[in-house]
Design a protein around this ligand. Structure first.
Ligand code: GDP
Length: 302
């Protein structure tokens, strides 16, 4: 329901396509496809994907494979679904067999990292997983306190920096050591989120990755990039940059309950070929849902 209302603007933009296709006939293909492309563009699909979808529809129409407006609509939905499914990559968390599994949450400030980490702790705890939190955002004032509130809310243990000179990588390393010694299943690591163009942040994230790998080989098992679903195509350069530097294994798309830019979800998944693992639909403990491509598709197109 929350995503449905968050996507209302996108759905409204895409509804134009139904009208267009209602009156489609072969002689009007170029005009209809141009307008269809426009509808995808204003719905934040981005130029590359919009063109890719429309070109493939055009090929199928000209080859005689699509003979009616409803067949074109079905083909459009099918290609969006294929894009969302990221070439078969896994949307479930991959936690490996060594304990503790380490999940790092990265992203720019304000995207919803700390909140998502809290919601993820709640989710895992409900599945019977023993969770330890690590307050690795040593840069933003109050990030640690915010995570402590989440630890209390979810009944989780937490490791925080003893003073403000302690490096993020030390906090994470200390937490993973504790996790290993005390039999935790998962260590959830928060990190700082200055601008992704800030070189020292990227250096810090690399140091964090190395620090946890020293304690548990193969860690981190997941590096989840948190992207604010309301920011539109700005997500793309962020995703590219973080992936290049730290290697992302999945996305958490937050604020899909707000005025989310629905089409961007498709772009961001297709661009880097990394799956969305969770979506954030609010600020409460239960507001993190596993990503469901079919469900999302049904919210984009009526
Ligand atoms: P961080 O700087 O990346 O750690 O971001 P925070 O976790 O502090 O989140 C920034 C703001 O976004 C906070 O006010 C959160 O409550 C809010 N927020 C995070 N996720 C969601 C979400 O899925 N939906 C909504 N509506 N708000 C969210």
């Amino acid at each position: 329901e929350k995503i449905f209302s968050g996507f209302s603007k996108t759905r409204q933009n895409l509804a134009v396509i139904d009208e267009l296709l209602l009156y489609w006939n072969l002689s009007e293909t170029d005009r209809v496809l141009d307008e269809l492309e426009e509808a995808l563009l204003v719905s934040d699909f981005g130029p590359k994907i919009s063109m890719k979808i429309v070109d493939s529809l055009r090929d199928d129409i000209l080859a005689g494979n699509l003979k009616s407006g409803s067949e074109i609509k079905d083909a459009l939905k099918k290609s969006v679904l294929e894009l969302l499914k990221t070439k078969g990559s896994k949307t479930e968390l991959q936690l490996g067999f060594r304990k503790p599994a380490v999940i790092m949450v990265v992203g720019v400030n304000g995207g919803g990292k700390t909140t998502s980490l809290g919601k993820l702790a709640h989710r895992l705890k409900n599945e019977g997983v023993k969770v330890l939190m690590a307050a690795g955002d040593t840069f933003r004032a109050a990030a640690s306190e915010q995570l402590e509130v989440w630890a209390e809310r979810t009944g989780s243990e937490i490791v925080t920096a003893q003073d403000d000179k302690v490096k993020a990588s030390s906090v994470l390393s200390q937490a993973v050591k504790k996790g290993k010694e005390q039999g935790y299943d998962v260590v959830l690591c928060d990190t700082s989120g200055r601008l992704h163009t800030n070189y020292s942040l990227m250096e810090e994230l690399i140091a964090c990755k190395k620090a946890v790998a020293k304690v548990v080989s193969g860690a981190p098992n997941e590096v989840l990039l948190v992207l604010d679903g309301t920011t539109g195509l700005n997500m793309l350069p962020q995703a590219r940059e973080f992936n290049e530097v730290v290697g992302i294994t999945g996305y958490i798309l937050t604020k899909l309950d707000g005025s989310a830019r629905g089409g961007c979800v498709v772009s961001v998944v297709d661009e880097i070929g990394i799956p969305v693992k969770f979506v954030g639909v609010g600020e409460g403990v239960d507001d993190l849902q596993p990503f469901d491509a079919e469900g999302l598709l049904s919210m984009l197109f009526s």
